[in-house]
Design a protein around this ligand. Structure first.
Ligand SMILES: [Zn+2]
Length: 72
C-alpha cells in the first residue's frame, strides 16, 4: 500500500537546523506509478541549512518480472 503524505519535522544532526519536510512511509509502485524523482523526494530529506541529504527510510515496493522487490 501507499501511505498518505505526512508532514514531518526534521532536526539536522549536522548543523542542528530544524525544518519541516514531507514524507511517505511507503510507496507501492504496483498501485501508484511514481517516477524516480518523486520517490527520491519522498524518501529523502535535504537540510536547507547545510545542504546535507539523508534517507528517511521509506519502504518502496515494486514488481519486477513478477517478483516483489522491497527497498528500504
Ligand atoms: Zn543541516
Amino acid at each position: 500500500m501507499t501511505t498518505p503524505i505526512e508532514q514531518i519535522t526534521v532536526e539536522c544532526s549536522g548543523c542542528g537546523h530544524r525544518y519541516e519536510d514531507y514524507h511517505r512511509r511507503s510507496m507501492n509502485l504496483a498501485l501508484d506509478d511514481f517516477d524516480d524523482d518523486y520517490i527520491e523526494q519522498m524518501s529523502t530529506t535535504t537540510c536547507p541549512g547545510c545542504g546535507v541529504k539523508r534517507s528517511i527510510g521509506s519502504l518502496v515496493v515494486q514488481e519486477v518480472d513478477n517478483t516483489w522487490v522491497f527497498e528500504v
